[in-house]
Ligand binder design. Structure first.
Ligand SMILES: C[S@@+](CC[C@H](N)C(=O)[O-])C[C@H]1O[C@@H](n2cnc3c(N)ncnc32)[C@H](O)[C@@H]1O
Length: 253
């Protein structure tokens, strides 16, 4: 067993409780009002153990879910019979969904830009796409662990993740997720904003600071009236300057 299958069999993955917190997370990530979801057709791409699938269902959406990990899909099937094993890179254009979410997935693929195109191709005109992608400015905490990872035994990996959970919070599964995937790309908000524009999305809303968490509308207004792009550029500069200072000071974790 390897990769995400192993991650989702960890005891800590069981601690992802399906409760009001999951619904609040979805509302916070998406920036949409709870009433919006009722009767909508949604797709959860890289659904993991189904926490967002479940939240979407509770808000009244009809949900399809898939993941490349068999263990993840078995867990999601507990809440959604419409869960199946699939590689998002094999998606063909199918503009059938009002709401597509791919949270924490695209940066784990070999080619994130192409993955974004595949994911975006499922959204119908006027529908929403929500993605969460690692922010280049916040990945320094994981860099050392990702370099060490290949040389650690399974037991050493578990111990390393436990230490981090105790020191910085979170649980073992979350730290495993940060260190173990083969690909851990990260981007600046302005790069992802450009991807949205290139795929025909507008009316962008950014709902988080730690990650690049952006919602866009397919066929939405291409020019943002919110002033978001210039704001993002300023934020990029801020994060790049922080990285530069860290580099100069030689600070690891
Ligand atoms: C960090 S987890 C996020 C899970 C879920 N979206 C959530 O927010 O709880 C990343 C998930 O992406 C899945 N994944 C990675 N590459 C994939 C691909 N090419 N196609 C489908 N799923 C993929 C993994 O198996 C894993 O379950």
């Amino acid at each position: 067993m390897a990769g995400f299958d192993l991650e989702w069999t960890m005891k800590d993955a069981e601690s992802i409780k399906l409760n009001q917190d999951r619904i609040d997370e979805l509302l916070r990530f998406s920036g949409l009002p709870r009433d919006w979801f009722r009767g909508k057709k949604a797709l959860d791409i890289g659904c993991g153990v189904g926490r967002l699938t479940w939240a979407l269902q509770q808000l009244g959406a009809e949900v399809d879910s898939f993941d490349i990990s068999q263990v993840a899909v078995e867990r999601t099937k507990r809440v959604n019979p419409n869960a199946y094993i699939f590689d998002l890179m094999d998606l063909k254009e199918n503009r059938a969904y009002d709401f597509v979410v791919s949270w924490g997935v695209i940066h784990h693929t070999e080619n994130p830009r192409l993955a974004f195109t595949r994911v975006a191709s499922q959204v119908k005109a006027g529908g929403y796409l929500l993605v969460m992608i690692y922010h280049r400015g916040t990945q320094w905490r994981y860099e050392k662990g990702r370099k060490l990872w290949p040389d650690l035994s399974h037991e050493q990996r578990l111990a390393y993740c436990r230490q981090h959970a105790e020191r910085f919070g979170g649980n073992l599964q979350e730290w495993w997720d940060a260190f173990s995937p083969r690909y851990n790309w990260s981007f600046l908000p302005s790069e992802v904003v450009r991807w949205f524009a290139e795929e025909g999305f507008g009316s962008l809303v950014m709902t988080d600071r730690f990650s690049v968490n952006i919602r866009g509308t397919y066929g939405g207004h291409p020019r943002n009236t919110s002033g978001l792009p210039s704001f993002l550029l300023l934020r990029d500069l801020y994060w790049l300057s922080r990285l530069w200072v860290r580099h100069k000071l030689g600070r690891g974790e």
